[in-house]
Design a protein around this ligand. Structure first.
Ligand SMILES: NC(=O)c1ccc[n+]([C@@H]2O[C@H](COP(=O)([O-])OP(=O)(O)OC[C@H]3O[C@@H](n4cnc5c(N)ncnc54)[C@H](O)[C@@H]3O)[C@@H](O)[C@H]2O)c1
Length: 251
């Protein structure tokens, strides 16, 4: 099975890390379907990528909604063929004191960050099982490795995604399907910029850079390069791994 020419779904690919991963995959000749809830942004980015010659389409999908995911995956299969690469990237952040965390917010974070990958993976899997080849990359967070105050629901959801990755890798390895997770460190994206602008972190970005061994913040391409690496044919012996992309902080 050649990596080039296969079909990938990138969730949350209208922005930030997902968009960089989608761009990196199309640059390697992969057909990419982007799932996102931001319709206008999705349209803008898909149009831009198509103008550059990419085989790409966008679908307005909430990853936590099984019916929406199932319907969109049917359209992806009809348009691009079997789904053999899945990048579970869509996610939302959560900030606030643990004592003020509500059941509703906890459930919303878990629905998008953890149930979303569960639903997308389960529904994409039959194609990978038929092909005896598949690549699943889950974007977790370095906060699940080191902890992060005032983000208990978010960190718990991302730690869950790491456990999900390890369990599935064991189950799917015999079928030629690898499952890995990338926990990014601080990467400058709209999500991070908004959190910093709203004063959600107790420390500045400059402080995080100063305690990061390579002394810079992450760029979306840093994560995209690692995701592409994990999707290559040559990475077939790498599964169940936590591939930290964090400049050396929280390894
Ligand atoms: N930026 C960082 O420093 C950083 C660090 C660690 C982990 N992450 C994780 O990386 C992933 C991407 O984050 P980002 O920084 O690019 O954020 P972002 O906000 O720029 O992009 C996230 C995208 O996900 C989409 N999305 C949100 N909810 C969705 C849903 N229910 N269904 C479909 N799409 C949905 C958003 O519309 C957005 O386009 C997230 O899972 C995030 O938790 C980011």
């Amino acid at each position: 099975m050649a990596f080039e020419g296969t079909t990938a779904i990138v969730t949350g690919g209208a922005s930030g890390l997902g968009l960089a991963i989608a761009e990196a995959l199309v640059a390697r000749g992969t057909k990419v379907a982007i799932f996102d809830i931001q319709a206008d942004q999705l349209d803008t980015e898909v149009t831009r990528l198509r103008e550059q010659g990419a085989t790409v389409d966008g679908y307005v999908v909430d990853v936590s909604d099984r019916e929406q995911v199932e319907s969109a995956m049917g359209k992806v299969r009809a348009e691009f063929g079997p789904i053999l690469i899945l990048i579970n990237n869509a996610g939302i952040e959560q900030f606030g004191k643990f004592t003020q965390l509500t059941d509703d917010l906890w459930d919303r974070v878990m629905a998008i960050n953890l149930r979303g990958p569960f639903i997308c993976t389960q529904l994409a899997l039959p194609d990978m099982q038929d092909a005896k080849w598949g690549r699943i990359v889950n974007i977790s967070s370095s906060s699940a490795q080191g902890g992060q105050s005032y983000m208990a629901a978010y960190v718990a959801s991302k730690a869950g995604l790491i456990g999900f990755t390890k369990a599935l890798a064991l189950e799917l390895g015999p079928r030629g399907i690898t499952v890995n997770t990338i926990p990014p460190g601080m990467v400058v994206t709209p999500m991070l910029e908004k959190a910093i602008a709203e004063g959600k972190f107790t420390d500045s970005l400059e402080h995080f850079v100063s305690i990061t061994p390579v002394r810079r913040a992450g760029r979306p391409e840093d994560i995209a390069n690692a995701a592409v690496f994990l999707c290559q044919d040559e990475s077939s012996y790498i599964t169940g791994q936590i591939i930290g992309v964090n400049g050396g902080r929280r390894t």
